[in-house]
Design a protein around this ligand. Sequence first.
Ligand code: ZN
Length: 385
Amino acid sequence: MERRMSVVQVIPLGGVGEIGKNCTAVREGEDIVLIDCGLSFPDEDMMGVDIVIPDFTYLVENADKVRGVFLTHAHEDHVGGLPYLLKQIRVPVYCTEFTQALIRQKLEERLTRDRIDIRVFKPGDIIQAGKLSVEPVRVTHSIPENCSMAIRTSHGIVLFTGDFKFDFTPVDGKLANITRFGELGVEGVVALFSDSTNVDRTGWGPSESTVTEGLRAVFTSAPGRVLITTFASNIHRLQQAYDVAAETGRKVAVIGRRMEQNVDICERLGYLKVPKETRIRLDEVQNYPDDKLVIFTTGSQGEPMSALVQMSKGTYGRMQIKRGDTLAYSARPIPGNEGAIWRTINRLFEQGCRVVYDSPTPIHVSGHAYQEELKMMVNLTRPYY
Ligand SMILES: [Zn+2]
C-alpha cells in the first residue's frame, strides 16, 4: 500500500488581509489547534452591526478534532470571539495568567461555567494537542504577557508571531525571547505567519517606554485636570501614567467600566504597581485642586456608551468636563472608528477642554513591528515559507 505523507493545513477563519478577528486553525490528520479567536468592529457602512465574528462552521463540523484554542494575548481582536465559539463547541482554552484574568469575567458574563475550561500556561511550556504540540514564546506588544505560538507538526514548526514588536526597554522588563526564536529557526520553521500591521513603516518602532517623556510634558504643562484615554488593556501605558502622575504630584481616579475592571484586576495581581497614595476614588476628586488630578477614562475609540463620549455630550452623571481640562489622547483610531473619535474630540474642544493627540513628544506608540523588526523575526526563524 502506498504510504501517504500527511498534510498540514493552515486555515484562516479571519484576520488575513484585514485588521481584526484573528483566528486561524492548524490541522494535521485528526488534530486541529486554533490560534486566537478574535472579533472585529464593523465598518461605518455596516449599519446596526455591533461586532463581527469569524465563521465557525468549519470548527463546528470538526468539533471532535479541535484540541484547544491557544491565545497569543488578551486584545479583543484576538479573544473577543471566544464566547460565541464556546457556545457552539466544547474546547479547552490555553493562555497566560494575565490573559485569563482579563477574559474570565467576560466569558462568565455570557456562558455557563461548565462551558469554560481555561488552562494557564507559562512561556516555554510545551502543550500536547493530540499529535501536535504548541510552545508559547514570549514576545513584546502593547499588552502584558504576549506570546508567539510554535506548533510542532510532522513537517516542522509552524510559527505564528501573534501581534508583536521587538521592544528592548519594555515597561515590565520582560523581553522577547529572541534566543528561543533563533533556536526554533535552527530546529526548522516550515512556515512563518507574521504580524504585518506596520509593514509600511520603515526602520524600528519606538519603545513603549518612550511615552513617559510625552506624558510628562502633558502632565507638567496642563493648567488643570488631565484626562487620559487609551485602550483599557494597555496596562503598560497606564503604569507610565501612574508613575508620571506620582512624580508630578497628581492623584489618579479611574472611570469607565472596562477601565475600572482592568485596573482593579491588574493592581490585585501585581501587573500594575500603583505608587503609594496615588489612586483615589472618583468621589474624592473634589478634595483636590484641578492641577493635582489625573483621570483615566475609557472611550479612546469613540464608543457611544463610554465615559469619555458621554462626558463630551454632558450626559455623564459622575463627572463633567470643565474649561481648563486637558485630554491626552494616548491611542490611535482603529480603522472604522475615526468619525466617532473626531466628533468626540470636537465636542471636548467646544467645552473648553484642550486635546493633545499629536504632540512632538509622542504620547502613543504602536505595539506592532516596523520593517526592521519584521526582518529580524524572519532572519531569526529562517522559515521555509
Ligand atoms: Zn494586539
